[in-house]
Design a binder for this molecule. Structure first.
Ligand SMILES: Nc1ncnc2c1ncn2[C@@H]1O[C@H](COP(=O)(O)OP(=O)(O)OP(=O)(O)O)[C@@H](O)[C@H]1O
Length: 414
């Protein structure tokens, strides 16, 4: 649907305008209590304005307020935000984060925040999570990436929708000026919290926010629109190449025919097979494509041999995660999620490893490297459960949880 641009920065965002923005980032499930739309609210002006608008758009919206527990007053602020949300008729929950390691604070806080939000969304039945990034956030993202020497993929900025693990992140306000979100709050007579870290020039984003001239913001928008349209057309080409030439096996590896081997397919497939959120560097991928075999970003590429022409891409055994405690929902190696209930307390999830030696890879139809890097349930150094993708008796359910699809960019920040 076409949304008429509103140029008056003092004009609150209207209900019809917001509905049109939401329609552009749909489709949406029916408005039922079993499937609320999730909403991430920091308590700051932007996300509170989004909460107010979202509640008018739909009855069943569930807000999550993450308390990073980094400042003594943060717990009280989170509760105050919950009260404000409840006063708007929204259901709201506080998610308090466990302490996380010092250093790279903003990045770690963001990762921990999204992990908690994803978990809470899955538990509450929310497929979508709304966040309040707006036009100025997008400008700053584009400038930061431009400054870091990012190519067109980076300059395309944040997408209005992207996948993160098991939820879809939706940014309905990406084209809205922040002044209009403030105007919306003022018109509704709502109060919000100013987070002091939003003024702290120690953080790169804050410096860009404070220093960018209006003309530079305009410039960023031009780059962003051009780069995003290029990104979308490149993604279409990539999807067609993959559909024609790549076979993704549910045991976590890929067979790629010769006609499909190029920088674009390899970088997307390496990200997929490794379970990592980011693509490897372009130079490294080009070198690998030229060599025809090798190891990159936790993935081994080698000739496909008995599987046909071309190459196979298999997770590198040396790079897999160490064993983790086995419990329902546990994620191992960023690739596999354990879906079994009632596991004994002293079990671990780790690579099948040498447990694969007694197995017949020909009968199972997969390369040894792929078999060795599948998850297994271990107890006292013995394998007590194989993943159900192998279709063996007494198997344990594991779901592929790589999180990032092969096509479609996830230019996520924030
Ligand atoms: N502590 C938090 N709890 C829940 N959601 C959050 C939190 N911090 C950020 N978010 C979500 O991520 C978005 C982007 O984060 P960012 O840090 O840029 O926003 P902010 O300036 O802190 O807050 P706001 O956007 O509410 O003014 C927010 O708009 C909000 O939707």
């Amino acid at each position: 649907m076409d949304v008429q641009p509103v140029t008056d920065l003092n004009a609150p965002v209207g209900a019809d305008e917001f509905s049109a923005l939401m329609e552009n980032v749909g489709p949406w499930l029916p408005d039922v209590p079993e499937a609320p739309v999730g909403l991430a609210v920091s308590g700051g002006g932007d996300s509170l304005a989004l909460a107010w608008l979202a509640k008018r758009w739909r009855r069943h919206v569930l807000a999550f307020v993450v308390d990073h527990a980094l400042r003594p007053e943060s717990g009280a602020e989170a509760l105050l935000t919950v009260e404000r949300l409840e006063a708007l008729g929204l259901q709201a929950r506080v998610l308090t984060l466990a302490p996380f390691p010092k250093g790279r604070l903003q990045e770690r806080a963001r990762d921990a925040r999204f992990a908690a939000l994803e978990e809470a969304c899955v538990e509450a039945g929310c497929l979508d999570l709304l966040v309040a990034h707006h036009l100025h956030d997008q400008d700053e993202t584009v400038w930061m990436r431009q400054h870091a020497g990012s190519g067109w993929r980076g300059l395309a900025g944040m997408e209005a929708t992207s996948l993160r693990g098991r939820v879809r992140i939706v940014r309905p306000c990406l084209t809205l000026h922040p002044e209009r979100l403030r105007a919306t709050l003022r018109a509704a007579g709502l109060m919000w919290i100013e987070d002091p870290s939003n003024q702290n020039r120690r953080f790169e984003r804050v410096r860009w926010r404070q220093d960018l001239f209006p003309t530079q913001r305009e410039e960023a928008r031009e780059w962003q629109v051009a780069a995003q349209s290029y990104r979308h057309s490149e993604d279409e080409i990539l999807a067609a190449l993959l559909a024609e030439n790549a076979v993704w096996h549910s045991t976590g590896w890929v067979h790629l025919k010769p006609a499909g081997i190029c920088e674009n397919t390899l970088s997307a497939l390496i990200r997929l097979v490794s379970g990592r959120p980011y693509r490897p560097s372009r130079g490294q991928v080009l070198a690998l494509a030229q060599q025809g075999h090798g190891t990159l970003a936790g993935v081994i590429m080698r000739p496909a041999g008995r599987f046909g022409e071309g190459v196979m891409l298999v997770r590198e055994e040396r790079a897999v995660q160490r064993p983790v405690v086995a419990e329902t929902g546990a994620l191992w190696d960023r690739r596999w999620r354990c879906d079994a209930d009632g596991l004994p307390t002293d079990c671990l999830i780790g690579a099948l490893g040498d447990g694969a030696l007694k197995m017949d890879t020909r009968r199972l139809g997969l390369p040894l490297g792929a078999l060795r890097t599948l998850p297994a349930l271990w107890q006292n150094g013995q394998i007590i459960g194989l993943p159900d993708v192998l279709k063996e008796a007494g198997a344990v359910p594991f779901l592929w949880a790589g999180g990032v699809p092969a096509t479609g960019e996830n230019g996520a920040t924030g």
